[in-house]
Design a protein around this ligand. Sequence first.
Ligand code: NAP
Length: 286
Amino acid sequence: MKVALVGPTGVLGRALVPLLMAKGFTVRLLARSAEKARRLFPEVAEVVEIDLLAATVGELASALQGCEAVAHIATAIPRDASAPDAWVANTRLRTEGVRKLLDASLQAEVKRYLQQSITMAYADHGDEWISEDAPLDTAPGRAQVCGPVISMEGMVRDAPLEKLGWCILRGGSFVGKDTFQDDTIEGLRLGRTTVPCDGSNYVSFIHVDDMAAAFVAALERDPAGAVFNIVAEPLRQGDYLDRLAGSIGAPRPMRDASTPCPPSWRCSNQAARNKLSWQPRHSVIP
Ligand SMILES: NC(=O)c1ccc[n+]([C@@H]2O[C@H](COP(=O)([O-])OP(=O)(O)OC[C@H]3O[C@@H](n4cnc5c(N)ncnc54)[C@H](OP(=O)(O)O)[C@@H]3O)[C@@H](O)[C@H]2O)c1
């Protein structure tokens, strides 16, 4: 099966491309920089330079010709989330980028569409488990992040399933090579990382290699019209940071009661275990 990847040069792509190839898929890379894609993946024959935001639907459809499946894994998460216009590019990738890619997929008669999404778009559920039927967060205070995710998933769900077998994979916070976990480890080592509030909120992490494996499982199992949480066993944030500190020999981080309590996301991966025969295999503590 030939699979097109949109945004293959990021953290997830670097785990997913080699795994797809090892599993016998043919990969076509739709990358913003062909030079970067070729440097990262010299073994991939098909590389198309295309910017999801600049391309027309027709250009995207040409880039998808001959592919049976496409996965949208492009993102532009800002390094400084508070900077003016920080979220503009990411929002556009999740809204007009998705609209164009869906239209192009239909035009090119691609049969399967995989959309990467995020479990961080759920509302705070405290100690309650979160399954995929829980609504995404519509609170005005979280509109900047959750609004585009809600639009994105809505557009995917509205695609005609008989033509485009879509599947949405809601990933937890990534851990593993080159993820935000590197910054957390550095902060713990320097004694700068503190546990917000009392650390009792749940965090649902996923190792990027397990996230990549979920994409492969979705391509192999073809669960058209399904949404999955792709997460490891959730941990309380305080326990996670204590264990992470312990693993590198750093002191236990201080609790900072003055910081607001983060939302708690105790996401269940039961549906992915049942329907994709997938399970997380990597520890979230390196
Ligand atoms: N990081 C997390 O904790 C996390 C958790 C759950 C889900 N996710 C989701 O997982 C997916 C992959 O995340 P990641 O961590 O791998 O992201 P990443 O490392 O930032 O990579 C993003 C990719 O998107 C590409 N891209 C950016 N703007 C583009 C554009 N206009 N047109 C085409 N491609 C563009 C980037 O290309 P360049 O290399 O040229 O910049 C890169 O290949 C995203 O959907 C993200 O929302 C992330």
